[in-house]
Design a binder for this molecule. Structure first.
Ligand code: LLP
Length: 426
């Protein structure tokens, strides 16, 4: 169930463009983003839920991909933003999202950062009593609409690092303190109008979402009844996974939406909560399968194992090294060839953990072949670094076969420009 297309030359097709021609034009490594796929993913997600609950908004979790062209595409589509840092608020405002289309969910942020995001008139989602009290001291709370992130005591994710609910999670307020905190917020002069939860990332199993909706709604119901809060919105966060391996299946989104909305509505009725707007915050689902990294094979080594060496490493895509994540790899210039061997695909960073794949079945590979590392659109470029003093790669947008440079590759000077040498070392 992966988003892979082959053209009649037997080459990888990305958004109507030939991957090999893109490499000829722009070199390697490059991130290539398919504009139409981003739009399709957004609309598929939006339509699935709107069908069952029209008071619905998508807050794209832009930490997944903050390329400004991607942000512009989603702005055009009418999407909203889940931002988690002042930098994300800054760039989304610049790309045309008004403050009421940005929900800021901070975690352990400084007062001056809170002041900045507040000055941009975004919706503030508060994560602790400590943050609430500090906020009340630094801004005028009168009539300021806010929401709280709660810990629904349900967590899930493709890796332990990506589970954000439950006892080990640093996020959210506890169920047992929720009523008191909403009351306190009112006493301080705020208008608490929202509730938020987010259980984790990369989840293909529908079950934990159901449990989280149930638990969050029970907390919201209690807060509604005991603290007298009329919710304008309820936000169940992001986390919807995508297939990374050929065996994994895309979630049946319509069915998923139908089931979850049914539960949501039952809970609204049970607690007599009216019809708040439903927010969801997909990141990976919107951009994950819309981007491929193209790299060139520069060495083929048979030692104790067979290594295929390429010209990018975990500085370019961290997920395999950080989470042991599977990213499907294709030989972009030999799409119709069958696997003949199992190989390790290694990057160019000087660490043994710098592998894109272990024991991967692939066709015969020679130096000069182009590999496509798939599903790199979410948490790819945004987690890339300059480790090993390697410049960040270029990003290319493709729309119906036409290509555009949307970010130039860094130069060496870009890596080092902010450094300086003190007088005594000159
Ligand atoms: N909302 C909140 C509050 C979040 O913290 C996140 C992700 C999302 C929404 C979006 O989750 P998504 O729909 O993309 O699963 N770097 C990891 C993923 C970390 C996700 C962090 N929070 C990875 O590469 O898998």
């Amino acid at each position: 169930d992966l988003n892979i297309k082959t053209n009649d030359k037997g080459h990888l097709d990305i958004g109507g463009a030939d991957a090999c021609e893109l490499v000829e034009e722009y070199g390697t490594p490059i991130y290539v983003i398919d504009e139409e796929r981003v739009r399709d993913n957004y609309n598929r997600f939006y339509n699935a839920f709107t069908k069952f609950y029209p008071k619905f908004k998508v807050f794209y979790a832009c930490k997944a991909n903050t390329n400004i062209a991607v942000l512009k595409i989603l702005e055009e589509e009418g999407c909203c933003i889940d931002a988690v840092s002042p930098g994300e608020v800054y760039i989304c405002k610049k790309m045309g999202f008004s403050g009421d289309r940005i929900l800021f969910t901070g975690n352990n942020i400084r007062n001056d950062e809170m002041d900045y995001v507040n000055s941009e008139d975004v919706i503030l989602n508060i994560d602790s009593v400590s943050a609430l009290k500090r906020l009340a001291e630094s801004i005028d709370p009168q009539g300021k609409k806010i929401s709280f992130r709660v810990n629904p005591m349900v967590g899930a994710g493709h890796h332990g690092h990506c589970i954000t609910g439950g006892e080990m999670s640093k996020f959210g307020i506890m169920e047992t303190e929720a009523v008191e905190i909403y009351k306190l917020a009112k006493e301080l002069g705020f208008e608490p109008v929202g509730m938020h939860s987010h259980i984790g990332s990369g989840i293909l199993d529908p079950e934990p979402f159901k449990l989280a909706i149930e638990s969050t709604m029970n907390i919201a119901g209690k807060v509604h009844q005991e603290a007298g809060i009329d919710f304008e919105f309820i936000d169940f966060g992001g986390g919807v996974g995508i297939p990374y391996t050929p065996e994994e299946e895309l979630l049946d989104l319509e069915h998923f939406a139908e089931e979850n909305i049914k539960l949501f509505k039952e809970k609204l009725e049970e607690f007599d909560m009216g019809e708040p707007i439903l927010y969801l915050e997909p990141g990976r689902y919107i951009v994950g399968d819309a981007s491929v990294i193209l790299v060139e094979v520069n060495s083929v080594k048979e030692s104790y194992r067979k290594f295929i060496g390429v010209d990018a490493g975990f500085n370019t895509l961290l997920r395999p090294a950080m989470y042991d994540s599977y990213h499907h790899i294709v030989v972009a210039n030999k799409m119709n060839e069958e696997p003949t061997q199992t190989v390790d695909v290694a990057g160019n960073v000087c660490e043994s953990g710098d592998l894109f794949a272990r024991d991967r079945p692939l066709p015969d590979i020679e130096e000069g072949d182009i590999l496509g590392i798939l599903n790199a659109g979410a948490y790819g470029y945004t987690m890339a670094s300059n480790y090993n003093s390697r410049p960040l790669p270029a990003e290319i947008l493709v729309k119906n076969g036409e290509s555009f440079v949307i970010r130039e590759a860094q130069t060496f000077d870009d890596i080092f420009e902010k450094q300086s040498i003190p007088e005594h070392l000159k």
